[in-house]
Design a binder for this molecule. Structure first.
Ligand code: COA
Length: 315
């Protein structure tokens, strides 16, 4: 397939590092030097659906197609206000589409999972136009008293429209069930037959373990794709890495011996927006005219699971 349009949407509320230092024992200096994050957007009065719909509409406008032309909608999302129906199904009606739709929980790798699924459906001859939307609100999963977690994340949505083409050159997904490293558990409705204790826990993260996993996984995924396609890191125009920590991104640039300028970032403004991180970055670069016909883009993400994924695509 080929990406023919991108879009994104952010909550209106800006939360700066200084605002966080009023909530927890932290400082702008600590957050900036350890993560590269200066501020993030956080959902206040918006619903997750509002952001998803706006990102989807922006991507459809950019692609120059109407929602009725879509054959399939994939929404990557970890949590939203509705347990059921799927966010993709609510979004389908809101944008005026009529095609089948499905949600996936790929944590921060949701966009790469979405691209891979779209490509697989396309290759099976089932679809020609697919909308992938990533909409996430980690701000409602974490504790705002936990300084090691609340400074890292932000909310947002990003989207891409895919159509017929041969621009996705290769994708790779990995999963290893290490769920104690990064997880959240929430209480379900009471049942007179439930005998288990309460399981309401905000996001738990073993930061250093996740950091090491992220660096290793991103390097392994990107190396495997370059090898598979007969390319080298020098052939890549831009590396779009999941915006989790500027130090992870700089590590990867260093390991591949590439100029940091080839690793665009927007983590400064948005923090880690989970699966929305890559399509938001892609959309910004697209709208700023920084993506050129024929550019080779290397996308890489990692997250709770632990899972990772990468994609090489030609713009
Ligand atoms: N402000 C001030 N101090 C903080 C802090 C904060 N927001 N958060 C943690 N600290 C403290 C710790 O309590 C610790 O103090 P101690 O030495 O007295 O115990 C100290 O800073 C160092 O903590 P440490 O965990 O070693 O820091 P770090 O350099 O590993 O950075 C992360 C922590 C979370 C920024 C880093 O591990 C990370 O980015 N991990 C990956 C996270 C990630 O990518 N998650 C999402 C994947 S999708």
């Amino acid at each position: 397939m080929k990406i023919i349009g991108t879009g994104c949407s952010h909550p209106s509320k800006v939360v700066t590092n200084d605002m966080l230092s009023d909530l927890v024992d932290t400082s702008n200096e600590w957050i900036m030097t350890r993560t590269g994050i200066s501020e993030r957007r956080v959902i206040s009065s918006e619903m997750m659906l509002d952001l998803a719909v706006e990102a989807a509409r922006n991507a459809l406008d950019d692609a120059g197609i109407s929602a009725s032309e879509l054959d399939f909608i994939i929404v990557a999302n970890v949590v939203n206000e509705y347990v059921t129906p799927a966010l993709s199904c609510i979004l389908q009606g809101a944008i005026g589409a009529t095609c089948p739709c499905v949600d996936l929980n790929g944590a921060c790798v949701g966009f790469i999972y979405g691209l891979d699924m779209a490509e697989a459906y396309y290759k099976a001859g089932k679809v020609k136009k697919v909308l992938v939307v990533c909409a996430e609100q980690p701000s409602r999963m974490l504790s705002w008293q936990d300084r090691s977690v609340c400074v890292l994340f932000g909310d947002g949505a990003g989207a891409a429209v895919l159509a017929e083409g041969d621009n996705i050159k290769a994708t790779r997904l990995t999963a290893s069930s290490n769920y104690d490293k990064l997880y959240q558990m929430h209480e379900l409705q009471p049942s007179p037959f439930n005998t288990k204790p309460s399981t309401d826990l905000p996001l738990v993260m073993r930061g250093q373990d996740v950091f090491k996993f992220a660096s290793k996984a991103s390097y392994a995924d990107l190396s495997a794709l370059l090898k598979e396609t007969g390319k080298t890191a020098d052939d890549v125009s831009l590396f779009l890495l999941h915006q989790a920590n500027i130090r992870i991104i700089e590590n990867i640039a260093h390991i591949f011996n590439q100029d940091k300028a080839k690793f665009p970032t927007n983590i400064q403004k948005y923090g880690n927006t989970s699966s929305a991180s890559l399509p938001i970055l892609l959309d910004e670069l697209n709208r700023e005219g920084k993506l050129h016909h024929g550019d080779l883009l290397a996308l890489s993400a990692f997250g709770a699971g632990l899972v990772s994924g990468a994609c090489l695509l030609e713009w």
